[in-house]
Ligand binder design. Structure first.
Ligand code: PRX
Length: 650
């Protein structure tokens, strides 16, 4: 952990030609805190407004006077900002490069003019199907251009999109559709991942048989693999049949800055996933500005963020940020290791990618394959690397830096969350010296603080829980349909601040080092999973009496899922049953939530009042039985010994 004070200084080439030098960063950061209205008012001029905002920041985290409003009297349309305003100067510039799952399928380049047309056509089609301002639309698509087109078409007509990751199963789709009250779903016949087919339409069909999903009137189906799928008329319509003949112009809806742009569900420590709601003006200002500054964007960059649009990174930094900035963004359908571990680097060479943004879990998986697959490629086009989603261990950082970037490209390690909308802590490549494993310093306008468990601020060097003291424009505005849950989850723990749920250390240079979640959220391969969700999936199996789920350190995934399961009386543990339970979780939530290890637990460590002591279960999963701490308050301390003995060695 103790890195030299300046491990990787700013590169002279970046310092000489950058949007923000070290001095700029210090000056602008100070200005952003001294006069947020002046600062963010000026930044907002980067967008095209139908009515320019005169009110800039109107926020308070004080529970007696709680409000988060940015640019509240401004009006704009997000799709106009991502498309129309580029047509004059960048109409023939490539907006999206689509690289399919397999290298033998040709790539597709879509110019801003073509993208504008395709978005307008779909927007007209949606309107013709009765979708309008404020209606919710579910998007359940693979990483194909239609995913971005669908988001922008919703934005154009003021519909609120709600993207569901293609790896989620029917139950998860149904929960989200029901909670959001979606009127229409856009899906595809099938997805493709590493050559394997994903039955997207069949999953939607199964979801729509579940209770609570009656709000859905129409399912639009993109022909992707051209597989035969069940079409239930009149509900199900082929996308091309509805879209192809639509006019290529579509009047954009005038949206208030605080009108919703999208809902995206994310896991918390308790209950079902929350519908994180983002609005139009502040979100778009924030993602476009952070995208330009953090990636030090230049007009001829070819920018590739590997995140799926099913996650917030895909929203902010595959679609909205880059397109608002008129950048060329690559959309990749596949995975890093298919057909082999050279795939990422080959795609970089093929499309001359200059900026590459991915997750530590991918880096670690590729690092395991050795340097050969990387060295087989040139990667000379690269100038900047990025990391997001989980802490990057210094070993993976150095491999990324030295092997992938040939020690030539800075790495921006960007810390943020679904709730944040955009990057809150990150280096700026022309301004910030890097330390492997540290997300470094706050972005403009962001005031992080570290508090102890009582909420007392820790000044200077120290470790504790990470809170943010004041609002930034990209912040979520509410939990869809449950504003009280929004306030209780984020603003009650340490009153007057936004609580991130992350632990954090600040070093002597003021650099931030995120240490991971301090709540019951596990970060598996950069994906958030609530332990409570996996537990409730397990206990929904008729042979399970009780389950407790914790995270444990995993070499590739960062954290893995470790489940302790108590069977109902009379049921016998067996390897078949173990496999069946893992399969059950995959079917209930989706493959990303499948436990890596499942241990039979004749009993769980509980206090006398019946509360499961997860601290103990975490230590057993980590294989640290000597660190169990005090077990004397347990109702039956002997269960711990049996769990330690029975631990399923990974
Ligand atoms: O624990 C932090 C971790 O991911 C969580 C947010 O997950 P999610 O909402 O899915 O958004 C992921 C992409 C923005 C955080 O609470 N996290 C994200 N980025 C980093 C990180 N941890 C350390 N370093 C990061 N760069």
């Amino acid at each position: 952990m103790n890195q030299p004070a300046t491990a990787y200084p700013v590169k002279p080439e970046f310092a000489a030609d950058t949007r923000n030098t070290r001095d700029d960063y210090q000056r602008l950061y100070a200005q952003s805190l001294e006069d947020p209205d002046a600062f963010w008012g000026k930044v907002a001029e980067r967008l095209d407004w139908m009515k320019a905002p005169t009110r800039i920041k109107d926020t308070s985290f004080d529970l007696k006077d709680f409000r988060i409003r940015w640019y509240a009297d401004g009006e704009l349309n997000a799709s106009v900002n991502c498309l129309d305003r580029h047509l004059e100067v960048r109409g023939d510039k490539t907006a999206l490069i689509f690289e399919p799952d397999g290298p033998d399928t040709p790539a597709e380049k879509i110019t801003y003019r073509q993208l504008h047309e395709r978005v307008c056509k779909l927007a007209n089609a949606l309107r013709s199907l009765g979708v309008g301002k404020g209606d919710r639309v579910t998007i359940y698509l693979p990483m194909i251009p239609e995913a971005a087109i669908a988001m922008l078409a919703c934005a154009r007509i003021g519909a609120v999109h709600m993207v569901v990751f293609g790896g989620f199963a029917a139950n998860s789709i149904a929960d989200r559709v029901a909670d959001s009250g979606s009127k229409l779903i856009i899906t595809a016949d099938e997805g493709l991942r590493a050559g394997k087919k994903v039955a997207l339409k069949a999953n939607v069909d199964a979801a729509l048989k579940l209770p609570g999903t009656n709000s859905v009137e129409t399912v639009l189906v993109v022909r992707h693999t051209r597989a035969a799928v069940d079409m239930q008329m009149p509900r199900d319509r082929w996308y091309d049949a509805v879209v192809d003949d639509q006019p290529t112009q579509c009047e954009p809806e005038r949206m208030n800055a605080e009108d919703p742009l999208f809902i995206l569900y994310t896991s918390g420590s308790t209950g079902k996933p929350k519908g994180v709601l983002h609005t139009t003006g502040g979100y778009l200002v924030y993602v476009s500005y952070t995208h330009e500054a953090v990636f030090d964007l230049k007009e001829d960059d070819v920018y590739w963020c590997t995140a799926d649009v099913g996650w917030v990174t895909g929203h902010s930094y595959t679609v909205y940020g880059p397109l608002a900035n008129g950048a060329t963004a690559l959309v990749f359908e596949g995975v890093p290791t298919f057909p082999d571990a050279s795939r990422f680097w080959q795609v970089i060479d093929k499309h001359q990618v200059t900026i590459f943004y991915t997750a530590p879990t991918a880096i670690r998986a590729l690092m395991r394959e050795g340097e050969g697959p990387v060295q087989a490629t040139s990667r000379q086009s690269l100038r900047l690397l990025g990391s997001v989603g989980e802490p990057i261990n210094p070993e993976a950082w150095r491999w990324y830096y030295e092997v992938v970037g040939d020690s030539r490209c800075p790495i921006v390690d960007t810390w943020w969350q679904t709730e944040n909308g955009g990057i809150l802590i990150s280096a700026l490549p022309g301004a910030t010296d890097l330390k492997p494993g540290s997300a470094t310093l706050p972005f403009f306008g962001v005031q992080p603080a570290i508090v102890d468990t009582n909420g007392t601020p820790i000044e200077g060097e120290g470790e504790g829980n990470l809170v943010i003291l004041d609002s930034w424009p990209g912040q979520m505005r509410t939990v869809y349909g449950d504003h009280q849950r929004f306030i209780d989850t984020y603003f009650r723990t340490y009153p007057g601040t936004y609580f991130t749920g992350d632990g954090c250390r600040r070093d002597a240079d003021g650099y931030y080092w995120i240490t991971g979640r301090v709540d019951d959220v596990i970060n598996v391969s950069g994906h958030r999973i609530g332990t409570a969700e996996v537990e409730s999936a397990l206990v929904s199996h008729d042979k399970v009496a009780e389950a407790a789920v914790v995270g444990f350190p995993h070499d590739i995934k960062g954290q893995g899922i470790y489940a302790y399961v108590t069977l109902i009386a009379g049921e016998q543990p067996s390897d078949e049953l173990r496999a069946e339970l893992v399969k059950h979780v995959r079917a209930e939530i989706g493959p990303i939530a499948a436990p890596d290890h499942l241990q039979w637990a004749p009993g769980l460590p509980k206090t006398r009042s019946g509360k499961i002591m997860r601290r103990i279960l975490r230590k057993i999963a980590e294989n640290a039985p000597d660190q169990l701490g005090d077990t004397s308050t347990l109702a039956d301390p002997s269960v711990v010994d049996s769990l330690v003995q029975e631990r399923r060695v990974p």
